[in-house]
Design a protein around this ligand. Structure first.
Ligand SMILES: [Zn+2]
Ligand SMILES: [Zn+2]
Length: 391
């Protein structure tokens, strides 16, 4: 049956490319993907599956039931794009001004649609159920995953499997990592209110820029002085609106920052310290602070047992397109698949997708992938799913 699946997917490869290019030309931002969602839903109209649209927003849940008892495996693919002006010059480049599929979610959706179609065609030959999660809004917090979960997308599901195509990994390679695989994330915004005045008379004012500058330096000591050196975390201040007149003391400044950590405990330590430093600034400088702190995507935790089984089943399937299945290091970006991993033992793997020639990172205006990676993703996830369902 696995050979049949691999063959059928190979036959569908051209359609996979067509779908991906159509989606690539018509990208939509997170939470605004209504046309994309409608396009996906139409694909299932003539198929004997249960389709639920509007799950937690623009999300879609497709249930493929073999009619025989067994486990239920969810397969997740995201479909949102990014606020980036594409400069690839590809013939199928984005038609939507300032919006681009620069993370490969077009490829995820294309491979998943044709993998779903293949699983439907072969459903007399496997047991249990497959739930396809076509997920909106991966790129923007709060993220589509948490919304779909709250709307019951995981009801009756035992485990979740997902994959990401990676332009920085060689095409033909499938990579995996057990346990903590991708960072958790938080966002904060600090408003420091002092009192403005003239540069010649600082004693009559209260300078929030000086307090803000202390904050920037002090938060860096969280990483070097407050974290266990064996735990990884990072704090970045990406915005500090200190711009004004050279001789005027400002009334207030606002700083915005990003927190990443490889453990949910580490995230908590960083949050506690940022709050403490903010409180300390009020004491030291007599300013009034407003701190908005939003904890969003958790750490992506791959269930070790499930991940080992998935990796082994892909390796054993002996697919000609897959050169190797290897363990890789942790990945710095955060990913809202992490929410599924908090709910159920789950696994998220990486599909090498480096194109020929120059390679650009994800979220770059020239980002592109090797389209063969879609076939590899479909075959890898498909054969892992079949061996899971038949176990
Ligand atoms: Zn992305
Ligand atoms: Zn992505």
């Amino acid at each position: 049956m696995n050979e049949k699946l691999i063959e059928r997917l190979e036959e569908k490869y051209e359609r996979m490319v067509e779908i991906r290019r159509y989606l690539h030309q018509n990208p939509e931002l997170s939470f605004q993907e209504t046309e994309t969602a409608a396009y996906i839903a139409r694909f299932y109209e003539d198929k004997s599956v249960e389709v639920k649209t509007g799950v937690g927003g623009n999300g879609i849940r497709v249930t493929i039931d073999s009619g025989r008892p067994g486990r239920t495996l969810a397969l997740r693919a995201d479909f949102d794009a990014l606020p980036i002006q594409e400069t690839t010059g590809l013939p199928f480049a984005s038609k939507n001004e300032g919006v681009m599929h620069a993370c490969g979610h077009d490829a995820h959706t294309a491979y998943m649609m044709l993998l779903a179609e293949t699983l439907i065609e072969l459903k007399d030959e496997w047991k249990g159920r497959v739930v396809i999660i076509h997920q909106h809004a991966e790129e923007t917090p709060p993220g589509g995953a948490i919304q779909m979960i709250e709307d019951g997308v995981l009801d009756g599901v035992d485990n979740v499997l997902g994959a990401h195509v990676m332009s920085n990994m060689e095409t033909g390679k499938v990579l995996y990592r057990e346990e903590e695989a991708q960072t958790g994330r938080a966002y904060f915004k600090l408003r420091i209110k002092g009192s403005g005045g003239h540069g010649s008379s600082p004693h009559l004012a209260n300078d929030p820029i000086v307090a803000g500058a202390h904050f920037v330096s002090e938060v860096q000591t969280i990483i070097s002085r407050r974290l266990n050196p064996f735990e990884a975390g990072v704090v970045t201040i990406g915005s500090f609106d200190g711009k004004g007149q050279f001789n005027i003391i400002k009334d207030e400044v606002t700083l915005e920052g990003d927190v990443r950590a490889m453990g949910d405990d580490t995230k908590q330590v960083i949050e506690k310290e940022i709050r403490r430093i903010s409180g300390g600034l009020e004491e030291t400088f007599g300013v009034v602070n407003e701190l908005e702190y939003k904890d969003d995507y958790p750490v992506l935790y791959n269930d070790p047992e499930l991940t080992a089984k998935i990796a082994a089943s892909i390796r054993e399937a002996g697919m000609p397109e897959i050169a190797s299945v290897e363990r890789c290091g942790p990945q710095p970006p955060s990913e809202d698949f992490a929410y599924y991993t908090k709910e159920l033992p789950s696994c998220f793997i990486y599909i090498g997708a480096a194109p020929e020639g120059e390679v650009y990172p994800h979220h770059h205006p020239k980002f592109n992938i090797d389209e063969r990676s879609m076939l590899i993703a479909a075959q890898a996830i498909g054969s892992a799913a079949l061996s899971y369902l038949m176990e």
